[in-house]
Design a protein around this ligand. Structure first.
Ligand code: XMP
Length: 516
């Protein structure tokens, strides 16, 4: 295990993921954890994350006592680097030379961290304070214009530090630097794979659930399918998967879940038709957060009902239903404000949208993973490629893609338009080039058009094709004009209520992927 000590960084999970990409298992721990507890996890290496504070701000998190005398190879990044320097007697000062964003660095290639890499590199910086003097025993192996000491190492003690962020994509050779620390500095071996993740999670789920029953909410999306398959592998017939048709689904969705998921996993499936229930709860509601909260709450009410029925049926084995399995991913947690000190951007239905009186204990085996990792777990579990590689689809479904009130008629209109867009994107072979392409209905907007010599006064839809690595950031996808033209023609010809197709050319940030 590699421990990533979290000082309140936006990037702690990203560091953990980069380490996993190097096939070394990693886990995040809070910076308040005592060193003995860390050592009990038998770490091969420790990485200290960045953080928002200045090391001498009041209440700034400190490195736990004794951390640098353990003999475990340790790598400080940004704030973690400064915390290391100040704990060991070096100098961190306000030089007035802050650096944010892309910065040119000069690196010592005779060092452990940068051996074999270019001596001049672009790195991603984000700091106000700077280290001006390395602690005794360290060699300075990197500098930038604003940071005279931008990288240090003491190979004797196994201590390393960098001011920049090797974990972000914008640091050209960042992953190489992490690799050099892990393999060369700490002697880790690349032995951890998706097979381990599956085995470990199966163990953990068995421990958590014991002899009880669980239900798993399937949404038709990738995440819940993978979570369900994983739990199915762990507890078999103690699990019942519940697929809720809330009326906000895409065309063909329900049929696909019934067919593909059951065939691949052999899981027990219960389909609940809850269209009436969701639509009447959503009647008259236009506020996005309100919609999300309603949908999150209604999901739980349906699961409660389903749980009672599962027990009454006597079908599944085990004691009463106590557990609810959800395919929550790390980005869902962060956007719902669940990270350390992160803001609530929108309430994902399975995190911020949960009602307060939740009676289930949650099982969320994917909570620390990113989408691409989940897809690899899905492949490992034998789910079909069409299921694993399909576009992400949010639990609240088309309900958050109708801007304005959600009604059955509007859903039917959007469903048709969405099916056409998906069909044409697949036909053009673009499924793996785009992350997803929501189609959004601007239900309260009308515009004038002309069709077959007559005036029309219909609604616009927006195509929102995006490319992304993990949905935390995204860019709009430059789809070929020909494909856009076919989609536009077909939607305006085949869906009577729509007379205009527009394209959203906003990245995330500042936009989010979904419109609500
Ligand atoms: P945003 O709109 O926040 O979306 O940029 C990021 C990714 O998350 C999906 N999404 C959700 N998924 N429940 C989900 O299961 C939700 O409430 C939810 N909201 C957004 C979205 O489709 C995109 O892939």
């Amino acid at each position: 295990t590699v421990l990533v000590v979290d000082f309140g960084a936006q990037y702690a999970q990203l560091i953990a993921r980069r380490v996993r990409e190097l096939h070394v298992y990693s886990e995040i721990v809070p910076s308040t954890m005592p060193v003995e507890e860390m050592l009990a996890k038998k770490p091969k290496a420790i990485i200290l994350s960045g953080g928002p504070s200045s090391v001498y701000a009041e209440g700034a998190p400190q490195a736990p006592d004794g951390l640098f005398g353990t003999g475990v190879p340790t790598f400080g990044i940004c704030y973690g680097f400064q915390a290391m320097v100040s704990a060991l007697g070096g100098t961190v000062a306000k030089t007035g030379l802050s650096e944010f964003g892309r910065t040119e660095a000069e690196l010592g290639t005779d060092s452990v961290l940068f051996g074999g890499l270019p001596a001049a590199q672009s790195v991603w910086m984000s700091h106000g304070d700077s280290v001006t003097e390395a602690p005794e025993g360290f060699r300075t192996v990197g500098r930038t214009a604003g940071a005279p000491v931008a990288a240090i190492e003491d190979t004797g003690r196994g201590l390393f530090g960098v001011q920049f962020h090797p974990e972000v994509m914008h640091t050209e050779h960042g992953q190489d630097v992490l690799r050099r620390f892990l393999y060369d500095g700490a002697g880790c071996r690349p032995t951890w794979t998706m097979v381990n993740i599956v085995d470990e999670q199966v163990e953990r789920i068995r421990e958590q659930v014991g002899g009880k029953r669980a239900i798993c909410g399937l949404s038709g999306g990738v995440d819940s399918a993978v979570a369900g398959a994983l739990v199915q592998r762990a507890i078999g017939d103690q699990l019942t998967c519940v697929f809720v048709d809330h009326g906000l689904l895409r065309k063909g969705e329900a049929e696909q879940v019934e067919k593909d998921f059951v065939a691949a996993t052999g899981a027990r499936l219960k389909v609940v038709d809850a269209q009436e229930r969701f639509l009447s709860a959503l009647a008259g509601v236009t506020d996005p957060e309100e919609k999300r909260k309603i949908i999150g709450r209604e999901f739980i009410r349906v699961f409660e009902q389903a749980a009672r029925e599962v027990v009454a049926d006597g079908g599944a084995v085990g004691e009463e239903v106590e557990f609810l399995v959800q395919g929550t991913l790390y980005p869902d947690v962060v956007e719902s404000g669940g990270g350390t000190g992160t803001a609530n951007i929108k309430s994902h239905h399975n995190v911020g949208g949960l009602p307060d009186d939740l009676a289930f204990t949650l099982v969320e085996p994917l909570r620390e993973l990113f989408k691409d990792e989940v897809r690899r777990v899905g492949e490992e579990l034998g789910l079909p490629a069409e299921m694993v590689w399909r576009q992400p689809f949010p639990g609240p479904g088309l309900g958050i893609r109708i801007i304005g009130e959600v009604t059955r008629e509007r859903l039917d209109v959007l469903r048709e338009a969405d099916a056409i867009a998906r069909e044409e994107l697949s036909r053009a072979g673009l499924d793996r080039d785009i992350w997803q392409c929501p189609v959004v209905l601007l239900a309260d907007v009308r515009s004038v058009g002309v069709q077959g010599d007559g005036r029309t006064y219909g609604h616009p839809v927006v195509l929102r094709p995006v490319s992304s690595e993990d949905a935390m950031t995204a860019d709009w996808t430059r789809l070929p004009y020909d494909v856009l033209a076919v989609i536009s023609n077909r939607i305006t010809n085949e869906v009577r209520e729509i007379n205009r197709v527009t394209l959203d050319v906003t990245s995330k940030p500042p936009g989010t992927i979904e419109w609500e």
